[in-house]
Ligand binder design. Structure first.
Ligand code: DGL
Length: 264
């Protein structure tokens, strides 16, 4: 069984890709909906939450974990890897490699939460992978609560206005490729596309999912199960299940359970 966690709904963008790539694998998904958003919190708080999220997944005997959260991947990956010996994959490097391969004009944008952008992990990774690429970084924290509250329809005027405002520097800077460095953002990619037409969007969760699938396959970590996913959240499941159903195209309310994350 493979584990995936995020502060809320965003990791579903990675899970959807994992289920497509590994249709027979069993997954366990944890969304920390009781404490979302992570991206406005201190590094110490994010590390504490991420360690609890990992301990919960470890209690289900997962073979590997996808940290399907740009914020945790940018700030807490080393802390997680120092405490757990199973493979732990973050979303930063996979997205950076995909963007470096996709850009034609060498100008790439990256958007994420405040904590992600101030941590600078995408900038460091890009400088190492493709030093000639110019990276324009913008924090878009309001996108997270908009997604969590279901403001995801392509015609949603509120989310469109916020996107126009957040993405103007990236448009002015001439980026031809944009890393969605927060896993919540692909859920509103039709809106982002309408603001930045002709820009290639890189879905960081999906890129990391492909990396995890490859590692799990090559390292014999797949359990060859029944293609089942268990969903867990840390607050009432209704809101999560509702938006998840829109995004996954499937009602998951009967498979979603609430847990007390403070026990881990
Ligand atoms: N999906 C998380 C990320 O990728 C959202 C962060 C948050 O909770 O603020 O960064």
């Amino acid at each position: 069984m493979l584990g995936i966690f995020d502060s809320g709904l965003g990791g579903l963008t990675a899970l959807r890709e994992l289920r497509r790539l590994l249709p027979e694998e069993d997954f366990i998904y944890f969304g920390d909906t009781g404490r979302v958003p992570y991206g406005t919190r201190s590094h110490e708080a994010i590390i504490k939450y991420a360690l609890q999220d990992m301990r919960f997944l470890m209690s289900h005997n997962v073979n590997a974990v996808l940290v399907a959260c740009g914020t945790v991947s940018s700030t807490a990956l080393d802390a997680l890897r120092s405490q757990f010996s199973i493979p732990i994959i973050g979303v930063v490097d996979a997205a950076v490699y995909a963007a470096a391969a996709a850009t034609k004009n060498g100008v790439v944008g990256v958007i994420g939460t405040g904590a992600t952008i101030s941590a600078g992990a995408f900038a460091r990774s890009m400088a190492a992978a493709a030093p000639s690429v110019k990276l324009i970084s913008t924090a878009c924290p309001l996108f997270v609560p908009l997604v969590e509250n279901g403001f995801i329809d392509r015609d949603n005027e509120v989310t469109k206005l916020v996107a126009e405002s957040y993405l103007s520097d990236i448009r002015k800077g001439g980026a031809d490729t944009l890393i969605l460095g927060c896993t919540h953002f692909p859920i509103i990619s039709p809106i982002i596309e309408s603001v930045l037409p002709n820009v290639t969007l890189i879905n960081s969760g999906a890129e990391a999912a492909a990396e995890l699938a490859k590692i799990a396959w090559n390292s014999g970590l797949l359990s060859h199960g029944t293609g089942h996913t268990e969903f867990y959240v840390s607050d009432e499941p209704q809101g999560f299940s509702h938006v998840a159903a829109v995004f996954l195209g499937k009602d998951i309310s009967s498979e979603t359970q609430k847990i007390d994350i403070d026990k881990y």
